[in-house]
Design a protein around this ligand. Structure first.
Ligand SMILES: Cc1ncc(COP(=O)(O)O)c(C=O)c1O
Length: 460
């Protein structure tokens, strides 16, 4: 029965089901609970990284192991992993070519601050996939974004950057900003809720534009003070929000006209294909960032640029100052990560692998859509290549604010916990599933069945 509340489900029903699932999770995970209790004595909130407490259970699931598309928790339960380390393990957990390459490299030197042949190979492969000729490496996508923004400011001599509202590009200070909902013109920038001790008020560094709004972008760039526009070609971190026809072409045209450096952050949108959305759509950004998955689980990210940006960057950074110029990382481009990336890109995340992954995500999308239709839920599903997501609204969102307005923390937590209690891991943020080359139809169908049961409990 569809309720009159925005999600179609009465909050009391969600709360009742959530309490039952929390109790069931606690019963089934005594060892995770004990490990969490122990870790609280030495780790802030009992986890090594703060967002691990965002998982849906009453305490985090401690893992015993993960292999391929599956994980086993400390209590011995097995899961189909559709979170895949929020894309860090999009190549699958420990793919054999990466493990072998890493094992070989462990014998040959892990980090030396000198290049290896693998680095040249990885640069060539990234150039082939993304159409940009000059690459640099970091340990995280956050750093790759930060350094790209520095280069853009250095070569344009402009002070500001622009981002999409509800973007996420890692912990890059200037990007943790939103539009002030109190501003009738919708232009004033404020720190995003949760922005922890910002170094500088983002209103001084950043312009924010809603996704899919070329008029707002045109206005934001018009005075020529914006060095770079940093975007995910599709939003994936607030929920998947896809571009309307012509939007990305318009973004390219406006940034080119205003001399603003366009940076595509493909860290998540690589799910669209071997060259991400940039490769699939034939787009031509000035710079491109990719992190997480390219090391097959070993820390590594990269940023690439056109020959023109590379020439301007070289001219902007005096050689003798390069090591203190704000772009660095002692282990950046270290030998182990390069060996891992060569294996991950060359043998795992290949075009053939994407040909398998995309139909799996389409199967997941169909399964979820069928459930929504069968139970009359006023919800929708979107898919971007190997990644898909459901939304608590009848039509997919057009921008991040619309997606956020339809979020429901309890309902989301219930659905995550429901499938977790039935052997499926979902990304802990919003309702997103990702396929790896190791994912199977059975893994997808396990989610479909659990999701359908949840809808039965919510809408019967
Ligand atoms: C699009 C995008 N860029 C950058 C990052 C930051 O990656 P990292 O945490 O590896 O720095 C993320 C992380 O979720 C991301 O989704």
């Amino acid at each position: 029965m569809v309720d009159s509340s925005p999600t179609g489900v009465a909050p009391e029903r969600v709360r009742r089901l959530l309490d039952a699932e929390l109790a069931s999770f606690a019963d089934r995970h005594p060892r995770s609970r004990a490990l969490h209790e122990r870790a609280r004595a030495s780790l802030l909130d009992g986890v090594p990284m703060n967002w691990m407490v965002k998982w849906a259970g009453p305490f985090p699931l401690f893992l015993e192991s993960a292999s391929g598309a599956h994980a086993i928790c400390a209590d011995g339960h097995e899961y189909a992993d559709l979170c895949l380390g929020d894309t860090g393990a999009m190549a699958g957990h420990g793919p054999a070519p990466v493990r072998e390459a890493v094992a070989r490299q462990l014998e040959r030197g892990i980090t030396t601050m000198l290049p290896t042949e693998d680095a040249a190979w990885v640069g060539e492969e990234l150039a082939r996939r993304f159409g940009l000729p000059a690459w640099q490496f970091t340990l995280s996508a956050t750093d790759a974004n930060r350094f790209s923004l520095r280069i853009a400011r250095a070569i344009t001599g402009r002070p500001l950057i622009a981002v999409h509202e509800y973007c996420y590009h890692g912990s890059v200070d200037e990007t943790i900003a939103l539009l002030d909902p109190e501003d009738p013109e919708g232009r004033r920038v404020v720190a995003r809720r949760g922005n922890l001790g910002p170094q500088v008020d983002p209103a001084q560094t950043t312009r924010v534009v809603p996704y899919n709004d070329l008029g707002a972008l045109e206005h934001a760039l018009a005075d020529g003070r914006v060095a770079a526009l940093l975007i995910e070609p599709a939003l994936t971190n607030v929920g998947i929000v896809l571009p309307e026809p012509g939007y990305l072409e318009g973004v390219r045209e406006l940034t080119r006209r205003q001399g603003t450096i366009l940076i595509h952050d493909e860290t998540h949108t690589i799910c669209a294909g071997p060259g991400g959305m940039t490769g699939a759509g034939g787009y031509r950004p000035d710079m491109l960032v990719i992190g997480k998955t390219i090391g097959g689980g070993i820390p590594l990210a990269a940023y690439g640029m056109t020959a023109e940006v590379a020439d301007r960057a070289r001219a902007a950074v005096p050689w003798e100052d390069a090591d203190v110029g704000g772009i660095g990382g002692t282990l950046a481009g270290y030998a182990l990560s390069m060996a891992a990336a060569r294996a991950a890109l060359g043998e795992v995340l290949t075009a053939a692998a994407f040909e398998r992954m995309l139909p799996l995500a389409a199967r997941w999308e169909r399964g979820v859509q069928d459930g929504i239709d069968r139970h009359g839920a006023p919800w929708s599903v979107t898919r971007l290549g190997a990644r898909a997501e459901y939304h608590f609204m009848p039509n997919p969102p057009r921008d991040g604010a619309e997606q956020t307005a339809h979020a429901d923390a309890d309902l989301e937590r219930l659905l995550h916990l429901w499938v977790m209690n039935r052997g499926v891991l979902m990304t802990p943020f919003h309702n997103m599933a990702l396929m790896s080359p190791a994912t199977s139809e059975a893994d997808v169908d396990r989610h479909t069945a659990a999701f359908d049961d949840a809808l039965e409990a919510l809408f019967a």
